[in-house]
Design a protein around this ligand. Structure first.
Ligand SMILES: *Cc1c(COP(=O)(O)O)cnc(C)c1O
Length: 424
């Protein structure tokens, strides 16, 4: 079985010993030389419709862009290879990928999810899925609870590893083994690590999803999602819904995200190297209560990181609790000069935010704190700037927060301008 629309690499998709390694696949998978012009980079195929020579006989393999488009197929082919999957389907956002998967469940289905999922996923589970009769139970320790939580109607288990924003890990294999005994499908949101650092299907997951908006595109200029999997039955169900619901990405976004994916291995390695440097610096600081980073030897699930992550890499994401409460956390985010105060992650530029008041504000406080999302928690996305500069920036911001006066909005603005002037 070859990938639909696959016209790139002739090797079997899941060869036991891959002929091509990650970097080679990132650059070449789904990137055919254009048959007409010889263009090395495929043109962007903006046409919404494709000519037919007779009724129901299209000239090529495309009919209408919502159903299939050359740039989307190229992107999907690339991601399938990078996630070691047979199939991938692209969506207009990571949230649309989540929605399509949940929509594929029959009314009356039950889902078990880790507690500290992405805020938007939590919102979909609690406010949208329930409207079509799908109930979700959240568990803070899924490996321990799963057997007790499984009901006859449980159809799906939703994992984020590392979780957002506390960077705790789930042993995917341990959960999948139990789930599969009851015929339950396991989904892993792999957004935080990217396919370079972790391939959940290799650890027993049935489906892996990404917000492409983050590491895969990597340049903070495309909103997109993707799901990858091996089951032909899933392909039939999900590709039907992808077309029927129509939450598909544009050809231009697919082209941009595919371009981003070609350097994923370089960016993920650099971000991970920077993540470790920043985590180590924070761990040594007297102004920090605790650091969550799976690349540190004292991370409570470091063993899982060594098992599931490429070379035990920790990735570019980390979070830490700052001394001085929520006010200190907010001031820290205003005091950094390279890290921009903003939501999102996984871009070439470093970002910083306070989940309790920003990305996770929608989750009730008690529930948030039970999952480790305290008001003083700061989340950092390390980009690919020079790691020495990032460490210097974090350390100067900590000093400023602890000893300095309250930072006003005026100063925050001049900070932004000062950075632009100093580095442009
Ligand atoms: C951003 C994000 C999503 C949602 O993706 P969008 O592209 O913003 O819809 C889902 N999961 C995680 C872990 C994310 O970071």
């Amino acid at each position: 079985m070859t990938l639909p629309g696959d016209h790139s690499i002739e090797t079997p998709p899941r060869a036991p010993s891959p002929v091509h390694r990650f970097g080679t696949l990132a650059v070449h998978a789904g990137s055919p030389i254009d048959k007409v012009s010889g263009a090395v980079i495929e043109p962007i195929s903006l046409s919404t419709t494709f000519a037919q020579t007779a009724v129901g006989v299209p000239v090529g393999e495309y009919e209408y862009t919502r159903s299939s488009n050359p740039n989307r197929i190229n992107f999907e082919t690339a991601i399938a290879r990078l996630e070691r999957a047979r199939y991938a389907l692209a969506y207009a956002s990571g949230s649309a990928a989540t929605a399509n998967i949940l929509q594929s469940l029959a009314a009356g289905s039950h889902v078990i999810s880790v507690s500290d999922v992405y805020g938007g996923t939590h919102r979909y589970f609690t406010k949208v899925a329930s409207a079509h009769g799908v109930r979700v139970t959240f568990s803070p320790s899924i490996e321990l609870d799963i057997e007790d939580l499984i009901k006859p109607e449980t159809k799906l288990i939703w994992i984020e590893s590392p979780s957002n924003p506390t960077l705790s890990l789930v042993d995917i294999r341990a959960v999948a083994d139990i789930a599969h005994r009851s015929g339950i499908m396991v989904v892993v949101d792999n957004t935080f690590l990217s396919p370079y650092i972790q391939n959940p299907l290799e650890h027993g997951a049935d489906l892996v999803v990404h917000s492409v908006t983050k590491y895969i595109n990597g340049h903070s200029d495309v909103l997109m999602g993707v799901a990858a999997f091996n089951s032909e039955e899933l392909w039939t169900r999900l590709s039907f819904l992808q077309n029927a619901i129509g939450a598909v990405p544009s050809p231009f976004d697919c082209w941009l995200a595919h371009r981003g994916a070609k350097t994923l291995h370089l960016r993920a390695r650099e971000a991970s190297k920077n993540g470790l440097m920043v985590a180590e610096a924070l761990a040594k600081s007297p102004h920090v209560i605790a650091v969550n980073y799976p690349g540190l030897p004292n991370h409570k699930q470091r063993k899982i990181a060594l098992k599931q992550h490429r070379d035990g890499l920790g990735g570019g994401m980390l979070s830490f609790r700052i001394k001085g409460g929520q006010e200190a956390a907010e001031r820290f985010c205003q005091a950094t000069q390279i890290f921009t105060l903003a939501e999102s992650l996984g871009g070439v530029e470093s970002l910083v935010e306070v989940p309790g008041s920003m990305t996770h504000a929608g989750i009730p406080k008690e529930q948030r704190e039970a999952a480790g999302v305290f008001d003083d928690l700061v989340r950092i996305s390390c980009g690919v700037e020079d790691g020495v500069d990032l460490v210097g920036d974090v350390l100067q911001a900590l000093e400023k927060v602890v000893v300095g006066p309250k930072i006003t909005n005026g100063l925050a603005n001049s900070k932004t301008n000062g950075f632009a002037n100093g580095h442009a």
